[in-house]
Design a protein. Structure first.
Ligand code: IVH
Length: 739
């Protein structure tokens, strides 16, 4: 099965979205392990962030598909310490991706649809190599390089000015004339193969570390504390974009990049202008043919709308420009063997199978685990029973030889089972029907609407299952949730196993049980010391007993817990770990209900009217039936009442206060467009409203502030009038946003 990732989200079917969310969860989990535990990142921050953002965007579009092991529920961004933070005045974006020529056709067609009112318009694009390095933003004031930063999460990066100054391709002063007084030049820092090989050889001769691939090495080289080390790595830089600028460098992408060259930057010699899919794809093939002789890694070709005014009009979706796309080269593949299949139990009891592989390198990264998603996936069928591997479904067995690839060069997945190599004694995998942790039955729920079985098997031991309880607690303290420093997964496990915490409220009373906490920490230290002793064969001199003396660490922990007694409401709601409620939905609920008390009141009231929830629960954009049902389940359960009541004795979530940017009169307003629009397409209208800070909804409700009605408006107009919503024409709209 070759699945494509990074299709535009509004084109994903539900089944595709589900597969992709599974894949994203696995990739992010693996990246986190590589980053936090193995100290060997397999993704750079930008890539990690792009995955996370895509995950969140898909979850927002399909709230019903939020996985129990979703990265939005379980993890925070990998921390980066040591460099000062730099806020990018203009965010550093990532790019949507195309994997096939058809994806490129779709992209161009979207462009033509968006601009279809402009009859005369000829859409011209640029095509240029996608350099596989790290993006950097370089600020020039009066032609002098003053500050350089990494991309970071796109909004906040790290100040690596000193290191960037060592790169010969980055001019300390701009050459030529005509540069804006202040401009951020953006581009890619990369390492050539020659430099990479030389460094590897030097390191091997000196008995030093091994380096995985040029990109990771370039990343490591940029984050050196000592700029002399960076200098010794001979990094390179291509300029291809810009951020904040006191004046536009040119009218088109192409001309801007030519200017960069005049100002002393290296720019890709392979950039061209193209007017049709054929011309773009021809340049893609040409660049692909030269790939192996370039001397540095590229992973695709980037197409951008050439005219800047059209870029501006076409606009952005969550963190990506609509007007650009990265046409990726095909993923690399490798063959390996499935050694074991493990089952992990998530926070809401989902049994998640993971194949443990004989380690193999794919695209320069060692892959050892790959998610098997669910029971059907292992059997080789999708949720409709159709084969996903071969004409007849081919299952995955322990001992099988499999071909894996990193989709979008990032997420490992099984592409194919090599049946000729299947051992004679390999038996079909029997998916457990009981939870491996608490032994409760694990069942597949029937979706009452479709009558279909859920693809996931779930442990039914909700309250008795230690795995679920621990996962809930881990989630509660995690970064996106209550973010309690020093109380990571390890300590949660320890305190849970020692019987010190059963539910979240217990965390806040740990201080009252200081002696027991100390004993638990001391016992762990003891056990660890013993392990080390056994491993090293040396006897310890200093036996430190259960009487732990690390008061300072303990005090820090208690202080960190106390510091979170007044969390933001959205974090608190998210931390509760209600099914289907990720960060985005939690924020919507916080905005809608303002206080926890109000959410509880409406939640319980809705649960009491579960047969007609809409008679109680307001019509809120972004809250669908799946979420409402999850709220009913949660607030209709007495046991959760007790847990929340105990928790609210310890914690007082801050009421939500709306902060509206004062920039535009429509900022923060909810707008609905209806009828036929004559001056703009529907998607252009949406993009424009969003640029001015407004929210666009599909239907009129009491939450609607403005209805923009064109000719032929019908039921929405009537409803708006009934509700007393402000109704304006398309012309009024333009006048309004011009204010
Ligand atoms: S343009 C507004 N052009 O790809 C668009 N990006 O997936 C900003 N990249 O973070 C990016 N070569 O690190 C652009 N010729 C190129 C590129 C390129 C490599 C990287 C860049 C960016 C990532 C987006």
């Amino acid at each position: 099965m070759v699945e494509r990732a990074d299709k535009p989200i509004d084109e994903l079917t539900e089944a595709e979205a589900e597969v992709e969310l599974a894949r994203l969860a696995a990739a992010i989990a693996q990246a986190n392990i590589a980053y936090h535990q193995n100290d060997a990142p397999d993704l750079n921050d930008a890539e990690w962030d792009a995955l996370k953002r895509r995950n969140d965007a898909i979850e927002e579009a399909f709230p019903g598909l939020v996985r129990v092991d979703s990265p939005s529920l379980t993890v925070g961004a990998p921390p980066a310490e040591g460099f000062a933070k730099v806020r990018h005045a203009v965010p550093m974006l990532s790019l949507a991706k195309a994997y096939t020529d058809q994806d490129v056709v779709d992209f161009i067609q979207r462009g033509h649809r968006f601009f279809e009112r402009d009859k005369e318009l000829e859409l011209v694009f640029t095509a240029e190599p996608k350099i596989d390095g790290l993006s950097a933003s370089l600020r020039y004031e009066n032609g002098v390089f003053v500050q350089g930063a990494t991309r970071g999460d796109g909004t906040v990066g790290e100040d690596i000015t000193a290191n960037l100054r060592t790169i010969a391709d980055i001019p300390a002063k701009l050459a030529g004339t005509g540069w804006p007084d202040s401009i951020e030049i953006r581009g890619e820092v990369y390492m050539t193969y020659a430099e990479f090989q030389a460094l590897k050889a030097r390191s091997a001769a000196a008995g030093g570390q091994d380096y995985v691939n040029p990109r990771n090495t370039a990343a490591g080289s940029l984050r050196q504390k000592d700029a002399a080390v960076t200098a010794s790595r001979n990094l390179r830089f291509f300029a291809y974009a810009w951020g904040q600028s006191s004046a536009e460098p040119a009218d088109t992408q192409y001309d801007a990049v030519q200017k960069f060259a005049e100002w002393g930057f290296k720019v890709s010699p392979l950039m061209v202008r193209a007017k049709s899919v054929e011309e773009l794809v021809a340049q893609y093939r040409l660049i692909e043919a030269q790939r192996s002789s370039l001397g540095y890694d590229i992973d695709g070709v980037v197409y951008k709308v050439d005219r800047l005014d059209l870029q501006q009009r076409w606009g952005f979706v969550t963190g990506e420009p609509r007007w650009a796309i990265a046409h990726k080269f095909p993923a690399e593949q490798a063959t390996t063997v499935v050694k074991r299949i493990d089952i992990q139990v998530g926070r809401t009891g989902t049994l998640a199978p993971v194949a443990r592989l004989a380690p193999v390198t794919v695209g320069g990264v060692v892959v050892e685990n790959v998610t098997l998603h669910n029971e059907d996936y292992i059997k080789g069928i999708d949720s409709t029973g159709r084969s996903i591997r071969g004409d007849e479904p081919i299952d995955v067995r322990i001992g099988d030889t499999v071909v894996i690839q990193r989709a979008g060069d990032v997420i490992p997945q099984i592409v194919r089972v090599v049946l000729e190599k299947r051992p004679a004694n390999a038996a079909p995998y029997e998916f457990p029907h009981e939870c491996p942790i608490c032994k409760s039955p694990a069942t597949r729920e029937i979706n009452p609407k479709t009558g279909k079985e859920d693809s996931r098997r779930r442990c039914t031991g909700e309250l008795v299952c230690a795995a679920q309880a621990v996962e809930r607690l881990r989630h509660f303290v995690s970064r996106g949730a209550m973010d309690i420093e020093g109380l990571g997964a390890e300590n949660i496990d320890l305190f849970f196993n020692a019987g010190l915490i059963k539910t979240a409220a217990d965390i806040f009373t740990l201080k009252d049980r200081r002696a027991e906490v100390q004993a638990a920490l001391g016992a762990r230290r003891e056990a660890q010391a013993k392990l080390r002793e056994e491993a090293s064969g040396k006897a310890r001199k200093n036996v430190r007993g259960v009487e732990d003396r690390n008061y300072e660490g303990l005090e820090k922990l208690f202080n960190a817990i106390d510091a979170r007694r007044e969390p933001e409401l959205d974090r608190f709601i998210f931390a509760l770990g209600i099914r289907h409620i990720g960060e985005t939905t939690a924020a919507v609920l916080a905005r809608t209900f303002s206080t926890m008390e109000e959410l509880i009141r409406v939640g319980k009231e809705t649960a009491a009217h579960a047969d007609d929830p809409h008679s109680v629960f307001p019509d809120v954009d972004g809250i669908g039936d799946t979420v409402i049902e999850a709220l009913i389940d949660f607030f209709g359960n007495q046991r959760n009442d007790d847990v929340i009541e105990a928790l609210l004795k310890q914690v007082k979530p801050k009421p939500y206060v709306l902060s509206v940017s004062a920039d535009s009169v429509v900022a923060g307003k909810t707008v609905v467009f209806t009828g036929s629009l004559e001056k703009m397409t529907r998607s252009e209208a949406k993009a424009m409203a969003e640029r001015h800070g407004a929210k666009v909804a599909g239907s009129v409700s009491a939450q609607t502030d403005i209805l923009v009605a064109g000719p032929g408006a019908g039921s929405k107009l009537k409803k708006a009038e009934d509700l007393g919503v402000q109704v304006i024409s398309e012309d009024d709209w333009f006048a309004l946003i011009a204010k």
